[in-house]
Design a protein around this ligand. Structure first.
Ligand code: TYC
Length: 102
């Protein structure tokens, strides 16, 4: 009926989209793995350029640790394992770890 319309309040529900937690892959320094091998693994597994791989390798060499990449937990764990396995096959103790971003 025109002029007699009841307006109902509309509830607007804002959908809550959860952001997946992000994880860091860390490169750990050691005294035995050759620098070139570390850079090669960073290029092969994390698709880094020679320059970026070298920079990250040198950071770990000097600081003890370096952040390689930040990504979802699944990808972080898979990549870390791939990298560790490559080193194991070659007989090097090179280590990668993962941890949640603060
Ligand atoms: N410290 C190693 C060397 O002097 C090189 C190296 C760099 C190893 C970074 C591990 O995460 C690493 N041969």
């Amino acid at each position: 009926m025109p002029g007699n319309t009841t307006l109902k309040p509309t509830t607007v529900t804002k959908p809550k989209v959860e952001r997946p937690k992000l994880y860091k892959v860390l490169l750990v320094n050691d005294d035995y793995t050759p620098r070139e091998f570390v850079t090669m693994v960073l290029k092969a597994v994390f698709r880094m350029s020679e320059e970026a791989g070298n920079r990250v390798m040198l950071t770990a060499h000097q600081m003890g640790l370096a952040v390689v990449v930040v990504c979802t937990r699944d990808i972080a764990e898979t990549k870390a394992k791939e990298a560790i396995d490559l080193a194991k096959e070659a007989g090097f103790p090179l280590m990668f770890t993962t941890e949640p971003e603060e």
